[in-house]
Ligand binder design. Structure first.
Ligand SMILES: Cc1cc2nc3c(=O)[nH]c(=O)nc-3n(C[C@H](O)[C@H](O)[C@H](O)COP(=O)(O)O)c2cc1C
Length: 374
């Protein structure tokens, strides 16, 4: 198969990327405890994958309340910034760049992960459904649990959160990251503000579409002031569901995803950010995005567009050749194949991912996936 189009260079903000193959944000839950601190093991993992054209860190919580799964790394304490510096230095030594994915889970959390066992925070006091979080049940042991009932953020707290995003962006630069991505996808906090199902606020952050997009707009503006719009990306997961069960994925419901996300993307275009990342639904039989929607996205946004979600190299080539996307991210394939770009270039076979070692644990299933040997 011809994969040349995935190996053409492309500009992303001030950076020139050597290929179109992206390491997307992948939570692996291997931070050092206590303190949720990035470490040497993680630096090795990222360095092994530095053959990517562009790299984004796993979701890193911007504050203690932003955590929804055991052992995920944060980016709010001094020790966490120092820990991340190990990762960014390893990636830079390998000649690549890496952005930090700034994450706040909102209501997709559990009291056992929250400061003083408090309720998770959310736009409205509505619990997430159709999702499980991963909690710690003992040293090194975890289990799936229902998310706890959240409480609604006050208006003042929402404004404080905007500042927490800006501070996390400052921390990311201090840790040596080359830019940041705002995690606005997959049912987490920003997504919870956007969706009319999880956001039933009566202040200026709820109600009309414009109001539901206000939190997004404010954090994009605040973070762009810190890192520069040319070093900023945003990730969305527009979901075009065909059944009610899919529609309430993570408890979210979009009555009109097309109108919602094109309006959201206009905000990014006006801010002039470097890239838009679209996470497509990735489970079996997931609803697909239409080409009409993708063309609309392309017409609305002039920066780089990344697509992810069950891509094969071939589907990636098609998307790039059709001009619908600029970059293609491979998630599970990159977990299992540290040398994925080389394998794609040479049409070498791929290792299978082991789901049992995806979240939490040791070096096993993390840094021991072998590179291809001819
Ligand atoms: C183990 C695992 C962890 C993930 N963690 C994150 C994350 O922290 N942030 C995020 O935006 N997406 C996350 N995702 C979604 C991936 O970035 C990607 O969109 C998804 O895996 C689909 O791509 P794939 O089909 O090539 O695996 C995760 C996916 C997996 C499998």
């Amino acid at each position: 198969m011809k994969t040349d189009s995935l190996f053409q260079s492309v500009k992303l903000g001030p950076y020139t990327l050597s290929s179109r193959i992206v390491l997307p944000p992948l939570t692996r839950s291997r931070s050092t405890q206590p303190g949720n601190i990035a470490n040497e093991l993680m630096a090795t993992y990222y360095q092994q994958r530095a053959g990517a054209g562009f790299m984004i860190s796993e979701g890193t919580q911007i504050e203690p309340r932003g955590q929804g799964y055991a052992w995920t790394p944060g980016i709010y304490s001094k020790a966490q910034i120092e820990g991340w510096r190990k990762v960014t230095e390893a990636v830079h030594a390998a000649g690549n760049i890496i952005f930090a994915q700034l994450w706040h889970v909102g209501r997709v959390s559990h009291t056992s992960l929250q400061p003083e066992g408090a309720a998770p925070v959310a736009p409205s006091a509505i619990a997430a459904s159709n999702v499980k979080v991963f909690i710690e049940t003992g040293p090194g042991a975890g289990a799936l649990a229902e998310p706890s009932a959240p409480r609604a953020l006050t208006n003042t707290e929402v404004k404080e959160l905007v500042q927490l995003y800006a501070q996390a962006a400052r921390n990311a630069l201090a840790a040596g990251f080359d830019g940041v991505e705002l995690h606005c996808a997959n049912g987490y906090l920003v997504n919870q503000f956007i969706s009319e199902h999880s956001n039933q606020r009566e202040d200026e952050y709820g109600g009309s579409l414009q109001n539901r997009l206000r939190f997004l707009k404010e954090i994009v503006t605040a973070v762009a002031e810190v890192v520069g719009a040319e070093r900023l990306g945003v990730r969305f997961a527009p979901l075009f569901a065909s059944t009610d069960e899919e529609r309430v994925y993570m408890g979210l419901l979009e009555t009109d995803p097309q109108a919602t996300y094109i309006a959201a993307i206009k905000i990014l275009e006006d801010a002039g950010i470097a890239y838009l990342s679209i996470a497509e639904a990735d489970w079996d039989n997931a609803p697909e995005l239409s080409d009409e929607f993708r063309r609309n996205v392309r017409q609305t946004f002039s920066g780089c567009i990344i697509y992810a979600g069950r891509y094969t190299a071939q589907r990636g080539v098609q998307t790039v050749d059709a001009g619908l996307g600029d970059l293609i991210a491979f998630g599970r394939a990159f977990i299992a194949n540290p040398d994925l770009p080389k394998r794609i270039a040479n049409d070498w076979p791929l290792n299978e991912v082991n789901p049992a070692t995806m979240y939490g644990g040791t070096a096993e299933g993390y840094i021991d996936y072998p590179a291809y040997e001819e």
